[in-house]
Structure formats: structure tokens, C-alpha cells
Design a protein around this ligand. Structure first.
Ligand SMILES: Cc1cc2nc3c(=O)[nH]c(=O)nc-3n(C[C@H](O)[C@H](O)[C@H](O)COP(=O)(O)OP(=O)(O)OC[C@H]3O[C@@H](n4cnc5c(N)ncnc54)[C@H](O)[C@@H]3O)c2cc1C
Length: 351
């Protein structure tokens, strides 16, 4: 059962406009509305999430696995998990499993050194945890404290939760410029690149398939030197199969090469994926800074905060960024994800 997050009601409510209803904007709107601020969430697409990177995400909350590429993600991500667990009752807390073909022992050793997995499983333990993978792998890493969700359900839940917490939601409304009386939290993702010159896009392609011939209870990552893959179980026998990591801002449909590689690797994980129906394909652009870590940049004396650069960690770190911004607005509390583009003398004044 989810419990309310630890938030202190503010005695100085601010008028706040959150721009963009991707995962970062949703968490900002929810957290700030629950804190007692007067929040307006403005999203340019009429159909919520249609223009977001967030709708393509695997939505794994995997601080251990993701510390492979950015060690800082581990501690921040553990906080992210705690905040998700306090809010989202349908989070699946089943951990993550990481496997590799026996010939890729070097790859599993490298991953192990980088991520320090809490548990190493032998073939019997793999079979006990995921019976449909019995006999397929001799060694695996298990991260029992990780979690995942069905992405569209989680986004819809957060939008409702923000509304139910008092936020006003305006869809089909493209924000253009700051208003003098408002604090603006800018979560426009790649659309903010004109103001954030260091922001780059990293393309991620993925498919959604359905099969009743295999049952996996948790995300399974298959390590490979060239074609790493993860499969995330969704509700209704669906699996998200992802994802490429390509230094490109091309928003076009998934390429044949990527589809072949992802589906071929899924088939190598388990041949039952060969009979799965392909329900959906798509590619999202991950907004990323050079260090692949997000930050909230304080501008205009604290009246404008740009929250961006979530790279592969938007779901994991969105609640942490929201907590950091709420703490700054309350009492200028420092946080490692806050950066200042100028000297800030005072927090924004209540109106
Ligand atoms: C294939 C793939 C798999 C991923 N898997 C994971 C994962 O397992 N775990 C994880 O933590 N992260 C994952 N990510 C990363 C995560 O999805 C991103 O970090 C995240 O979606 C970025 O969210 P955002 O809110 O910054 O941007 P977006 O989701 O793009 O949201 C920005 C929103 O702003 C709106 N907007 C833009 N301009 C305006 C305007 N002028 N006015 C109003 N609204 C505007 C847009 O329409 C959009 O809805 C994955 C990403 C991809 C592509």
C-alpha cells in the first residue's frame, strides 16, 4: 500500500507554472502541489505524452544496474525508488536479473566490477527465480531491490495524482514566455535545447510485443558487447524490448537494423519471443548533458528553474529532482542536483 511522501506543507504558497508533462514535469507538479503550492501544469500536446520521450521509456528503477554508466546514479536512484514506492501502488518490486551467454564471460565480469551486484546466481537459482529461463544461463546477477512499472499506466497515474493534489492541468497549451508573477519550472525536455546549449539527444528505440508463451516476473538484461538488451514485463502479457543508445537526435521510426538486433537478441534470450506479436515500435530522444546526469538549473533569481538532462534515468531520478526543487523553494536547501547559473540572493517571494 502506498503511503504519502514525506512532504512538509508550505506556509508560503507560490504560483508555479510547470512546463511539460513528461516524467520530470509530472513529478514536479505532483510534489509541488502536495507541498501546498498553486501549480499549473502546461503541456503543448493535446494528447498527453504524445510528444514526450517519456512514453518510450522502459521505466525500470534500477540504480544498481544503471550505476554501470554513472556511479552517482546509485545513491540518487535509491532515493528515487523510495519516493516512487511512497506514491505509486502499482510499482512492481521484483528486482532485476542480468544474464549473459556463456561466451560473454568477459562482459559479465566487467558489468560485475562496475555495478557490484548484491547477489550472484547459479543455474538452479536462476531457474527458481525465473522458471522460463531454466537451463538457459549458468550465471546471473540479481538486484533484488530494483523495481519496474508499465510505462503508460504510470504516466496516466501521475497526471491524475497531480490533478487530485490540486494542480491545474492545461493540455494543448504551448508555453512561450515567463510571466512576472510566476515561478516557472521548465521541463520541456529536448525543446529547451535552445536555452541549454550543452543539451544533446540520445536516441533510444524499442518495441512492445505480446506473448503468452513465456512468463517473466522482472526485467531481464542480456549483456552483450555489441547488442545489449533488456526485456521489461508489462501488464497483459506485454513486454517492452529495448533499447538502443545512439548519439543521434533523429526522431524517425525505428530502423530495420535496430529492430533486427533487438528482436534477434530477444529471441536469443528465449525462443518464445520469436512467436510474439509486435504491438508497437517507437524511438524517443533522451535529453542528456555531457556527464549524463540531470540537473535543475536556477535562473532569474530563482524564478525560473530548468529541470533537464535525465538521459537514461528520467523515471529513476524525476522524484529526486522534484524533491530538490521543493527544498530549494522552501528554504534554499542545497542539493547535488541543483546548479546556479548566477548568484541567487533570495528565494522567490510568495505572492
Ligand atoms: C527507449 C528509452 C528507454 C528508457 N528507459 C528508461 C528506464 O528504464 N528508466 C529510466 O529512469 N529512464 C528511462 N529512459 C529515459 C527517460 O525516458 C527520459 O530521461 C525522460 O523521458 C525525459 O523526460 P523529460 O520529462 O525530461 O522529457 P519529455 O518526456 O520529452 O517531456 C517533455 C514534455 O515537454 C513538452 N513540451 C515541450 N515544449 C513545450 C512547450 N513550449 N510548452 C508546453 N509543453 C512543452 C513536450 O510535449 C513533452 O511532453 C528511457 C528513454 C528511452 C528513449
Amino acid at each position: 500500500m502506498a503511503t504519502e511522501p514525506e512532504s512538509t506543507r508550505t506556509s508560503h504558497p507560490l504560483d508555479i507554472t510547470v512546463v511539460g508533462a513528461g516524467i520530470l514535469g509530472l513529478w514536479q507538479a505532483l510534489t509541488l502541489a502536495r507541498t501546498g503550492h498553486r501549480v499549473r501544469l502546461v503541456e503543448k500536446s493535446t494528447n498527453p505524452f504524445a510528444d514526450s520521450a517519456s512514453r518510450f521509456a522502459g521505466a525500470m528503477l534500477a540504480p544498481g544496474c544503471e550505476s554501470e554508466t554513472a556511479p552517482e546514479v546509485r545513491d540518487l536512484g535509491i532515493r528515487g525508488l523510495t519516493l516512487w514506492r511512497a506514491v505509486y501502488p502499482r510499482l512492481v518490486n521484483a528486482g532485476s536479473l542480468v544474464v549473459a551467454a556463456p561466451r560473454d564471460t568477459a562482459e559479465i565480469a566487467r558489468f560485475g566490477r562496475a555495478t557490484r551486484p548484491p547477489e550472484t546466481l547459479d543455474a538452479d537459482a536462476i531457474a527458481a527465480l525465473e522458471p522460463d529461463l531454466a537451463g538457459r544461463f549458468v550465471r546471473a546477477y540479481y538486484f533484488p531491490d530494483e523495481a519496474h512499472m508499465t510505462t503508460p499506466d504510470a504516466l496516466a497515474f501521475l497526471l491524475d495524482a497531480a490533478r487530485n493534489s490540486g494542480a491545474t492541468v492545461e493540455l494543448g497549451a504551448a508555453w512561450t514566455s515567463p510571466s512576472a508573477s510566476n515561478v516557472v519550472i521548465d521541463c520541456r525536455g529536448m525543446a529547451a535545447a535552445d536555452e541549454l546549449p550543452a543539451l544533446r539527444g540520445v536516441r533510444g528505440e524499442r518495441l512492445v510485443v505480446r506473448t503468452r508463451e513465456i512468463h517473466l516476473a522482472r526485467p531481464v538484461r542480456l549483456l552483450h558487447p555489441r547488442h545489449p538488451l533488456y526485456v521489461v514485463p508489462w501488464t497483459d502479457d506485454r513486454y517492452l524490448v529495448g533499447a538502443t543508445v545512439i548519439e543521434s537526435e533523429d526522431t524517425g521510426a525505428i530502423t530495420v537494423r535496430s529492430a533486427l538486433e533487438l528482436l534477434g537478441t530477444a529471441y536469443a534470450l528465449h525462443p518464445a519471443f520469436g512467436e510474439a506479436e509486435i504491438l508497437e515500435t517507437g524511438a524517443g530522444i533522451r535529453p542528456s548533458f555531457p556527464d549524463n546526469l540531470p540537473h535543475a538549473e536556477i535562473r532569474d533569481g530563482g524564478n525560473r528553474i530548468l529541470v533537464n538532462g535525465a538521459y537514461r534515468h528520467g523515471f529513476l531520478l524525476a522524484p529526486v529532482l522534484a524533491e530538490a526543487v521543493a527544498g530549494y523553494l522552501a528554504n534554499q536547501a542545497p542539493h547535488e542536483l541543483l546548479v546556479f547559473s548566477e548568484r541567487v540572493a533570495h528565494p522567490p517571494r510568495p505572492v
